[in-house]
Design a protein around this ligand. Structure first.
Ligand code: DC
Length: 220
């Protein structure tokens, strides 16, 4: 049987780093679901398209994990993974991701990407909507100020000029959009493990969660 693990949570909750770490430890495919909305947003900006006019056949999107477990996503065969985390895409993606048609396209691509393989997926609706049948679901959370600090440091590393207050207000705005949207709002999946990592390092977090994940693996 294939393993199916989901990690839901808001912006900056640390979903990617946790999913990547677990994926590496257990040799699972790591699926970054937010990257699909980001790549669709990039496509829309680049081609000056109206989101409503986009259909599945316009998008040639593929994904892979590198040997080091890094998630890569390709548009028309070219790797755009590093072009998706700019302030321009950050500021637009939530609005694109609320459009029903776009969500349908993204869900189709996300499910197809992990068909018949063991995976860990992270995003805002992985346990609730994309993979409701997943065997283990985790909901990650942290205080907004802490999530903003993480994002702020990531921007700094990439030499992107943003003040802490700008990042914090973007996180709060995205929380609001993500949790109040009509289609697939951010919410705790039924049966999920609730985990607040505000004051934990990734190593501490993994130390606590890994035994739970391993015991799920043993049941398979
Ligand atoms: O996780 P992220 O910051 O890369 O996500 C970018 C946007 O995509 C986020 O603002 C909302 C949307 N998203 C979503 O609606 N559902 C997901 N499973 C993942 C992301």
């Amino acid at each position: 049987m294939n393993l199916a693990i989901t990690i839901d949570g808001g912006a900056g909750a640390g979903k990617s780093v946790l999913a990547q770490t677990i994926a590496k430890r257990l040799s699972l495919f790591y699926l970054n679901t937010g990257a699909f909305y980001r790549i669709i947003t990039l496509f829309i900006i680049k081609n000056q398209k109206k989101p409503q006019d986009i259909s599945l056949k316009d998008l040639d999107i593929s994904v892979k994990n590198t040997k080091n477990g890094v998630f890569k996503i390709y548009l028309n065969g070219s790797d755009v993974s590093d072009k998706l985390y700019t302030p321009e895409i950050d500021n637009t993606v939530s609005e694109i991701a609320i459009i029903e048609k776009i969500r349908g396209i993204a869900h189709h691509l996300q499910r197809a990407a992990v068909k018949n393989i063991s995976f860990i997926a992270e995003g805002r609706d992985t346990g609730t909507v994309i993979f409701p049948e997943a065997g283990l679901k985790i909901y990650l959370d942290a205080m907004p100020e802490i999530r903003a600090k993480r994002r702020y440091l990531q921007y700094k590393e990439k030499k992107i000029e943003k003040t802490f207050d700008e990042v914090l207000s973007n996180i709060k705005k995205r929380d609001m959009i993500d949790s109040t949207r009509v289609r697939d709002p951010l919410k705790i999946p039924e049966g999920a493990i609730l985990f607040d990592n505000s004051y934990l390092s990734i190593a501490e977090e993994v130390e606590i969660l890994l035994p739970i994940i391993l015991s799920y693996k043993e049941t398979m």
